[in-house]
Design a protein around this ligand. Sequence first.
Ligand code: AMP
Ligand code: ZN
Length: 120
Amino acid sequence: MDCIFCKIVNGEIPSYKIYEDDMIMAFLDINPYAPGHTLIIPKEHTLDITTINKETLNHLMDKARDIAKLVNEKLDAPGYTLIQNNGFVQEIKHFHLHIIPKYRKNYELDVKDVYEKITQ
Ligand code: AMP
Ligand code: ZN
């Protein structure tokens, strides 16, 4: 299947991976809304909120709390938003949850530098 996020899971496309376990993977968005913009995906391909199995969704959401906390603490972000798109507003057709840090002032940082801050 020609899915860009499956290719990231398989290591065929590089990513700034910040978390991985048996079921899920988290990596930095390459076109971020804000520094630290992270995507969390199930490793097994599934379309969206209507198709992901409950066990995977529960695990993903549970880990999303820890990953969001880590990202925001490392970047000193005072807030964050979780978004998950479905249907025509979903560009990549492999389930993903966005974690988007929010800053009070305009703040820009290269994805590579964000990755170093989070993983150091
Ligand atoms: P959505 O509109 O919810 O499908 O969002 C898809 C997101 O995937 C966008 O924020 C893109 O910037 C992001 N994206 C697309 N390709 C990649 C990639 N190779 N690595 C990381 N993020 C990506
Ligand atoms: Zn996929």
